[in-house]
Ligand binder design. Sequence first.
Ligand SMILES: [Fe+2]
Ligand SMILES: [Fe+2]
Length: 192
Amino acid sequence: MEIKLKYDTPKEWANQVLENIPEFLQDHADAERKVSTMCMSIIAKYPDRTKIIAELTQTAVEELLHFKQVYELMQSRGLSLDGVFKQDTYLKGILPHVRTSRDGRFLDRLIIASIAEMRGVERFKLISEAAEETDIKKFYTNLYKQEKEHVDLFLKMGTEYFPEEEVEKRLNELLDVEAEVIEKMPWRPGIH
Ligand SMILES: [Fe+2]
Ligand SMILES: [Fe+2]
């Protein structure tokens, strides 16, 4: 299954983001924490989907480790978590398109997770290329390679329970939604 984003982030985005590294790191730490929680909440809501519990748990651990790493990077720069919960405009734009049936919701959440990972890969890569400071460059180069594996992982979880054609069709629809949402979003020091 090929997954390709339908909107390409311009390179200039990374330069703008890097003008405010403290805020970007803060936002990124939040994002890692949230995706870890999301994995665990899928398990809580779908305990009957036993084929993916181990993978979801493992992914939650990996995302939590990313949180730890971003936090360490913040600490090394004398930054601390600000405790401010910002609106997640990106997810808020996509989630209304999630189907309401139990199965539809399940598959859509997995597909959206995969798309969000893909967007992360694209943007972390841009950051790694644009960054001049060694710690940032190194960290984001490593990270985008790791997040790449999550893209396929979430889709594979979907195909454990749904035919591949169905997953692919829904993926295509949600990729359209995501592109429309992200293209309209103003640039800010954050991953989305
Ligand atoms: Fe992550
Ligand atoms: Fe990830």
